[in-house]
Design a binder for this molecule. Structure first.
Ligand code: SAM
Length: 276
């Protein structure tokens, strides 16, 4: 496990008094790794935006379907999962190694609490490997260098960037949004045959209510987040072959057979792209 990250503002010890994105997310997912301020903030947002729990769960189920597709149909055996979140049911390695035990997974997150729970992410099958890197997505060169110790970067890798780039703000008007450069740097390090799986919150579905929920989130004192439009999410896949059905609400991305025609759209949009 590597632990020599820069970004000192992210390096504070676990602070239970300030709501934190990974813990609120865990609360919404029905987990148990959160503190009272996380629950309070989670409830506050859910009180006028109850679909937020569905957003969290819908995003997670998309991740599972995408990993299943990549292993079972696309033959992928290596994953770089950035913005992992707290361990929950069906973590990437469990889904992937459940199909192909030899899969290798590197998890990356910058949350000290996720680091503290990383043991649960490191329960690899004997045939495969899992590793955890305590790093910030804004440091893609360091992530690539460290991931290369576990993954063979001359072979295809699925880059997972699910529900994390909202914490990389666009910055000032007329200055290039740094999130695109981060994804491009990560993809540049991966060979043809690799995939990008990316999700991001939007306000496309719930409009002003989603905007209000984010405003509320940003009063919490934790990492600030921003929304991007579906068009801006689409731009992350530029230069890749975007798989059907494209960038859509994650609930509508290749739903499992029992859910076909039953899933409602949510404000998390995403897709899967192929590097040819
Ligand atoms: C909303 S959760 C998403 C979890 C999981 N990927 C999913 O889709 O269910 C966001 C995760 O991104 C992590 N995160 C936030 N900002 C980050 C950053 N700058 N670098 C790395 N991880 C970050 C948080 O700690 C949290 O675990």
């Amino acid at each position: 496990m590597a632990d020599d990250a820069p970004f000192p503002e992210q390096r504070s010890p676990i602070d239970a008094s300030v709501p934190h994105s990974a813990r609120i997310w865990n609360y919404w997912l029905g987990g148990k790794d959160y503190y009272a301020p996380d629950r309070e903030m989670g409830d506050q947002i859910a009180s006028y935006f109850p679909e937020i729990r569905e957003n969290a769960r819908g995003n997670r189920r998309f991740l599972e379907r995408a990993v299943r597709f990549l292993v079972a149909e696309a033959g992928i055996r290596q994953f770089l999962d950035i913005g992992t979140g707290l361990p929950t049911a069906s973590n990437t390695h469990q889904v992937a190694q459940g199909i192909a035990p030899e899969c290798r997974i590197v998890y990356v997150d910058n949350d000290p609490l996720v680091l503290a729970h990383a043991k649960a992410l490191l329960t690899s099958t004997p045939a495969g490997t899992t590793d955890y890197l305590d790093a910030d997505v804004r440091d893609p060169h360091r992530i690539v260098a460290a991931a290369g110790k576990t993954l063979d970067l001359s072979r295809p890798v699925a880059l997972m960037v699910c529900g994390v780039l909202q914490f990389v703000p666009a910055g000032v008007p007329d200055v290039e949004d740094p999130a695109y450069g981060i994804v491009a740097t990560l993809l540049d390090a991966l060979p043809p045959g690799s995939y990008l799986v990316l999700t991001h919150p939007t306000s496309e579905v719930r409009k002003e209510r989603m905007v209000a929920a984010v405003r509320q989130w940003n009063t919490g004192g934790g990492a600030r987040m921003m929304l991007r439009t579906p068009g801006q999410v689409h731009r992350f896949f530029e230069g890749l072959d975007l798989l059907n059905p494209g960038v859509v609400s994650t609930t509508l991305w290749r739903p499992d057979t029992p859910d076909i025609g039953k899933s409602s759209p949510i404000d998390d949009f995403g897709g899967v792209g192929y590097k040819s």
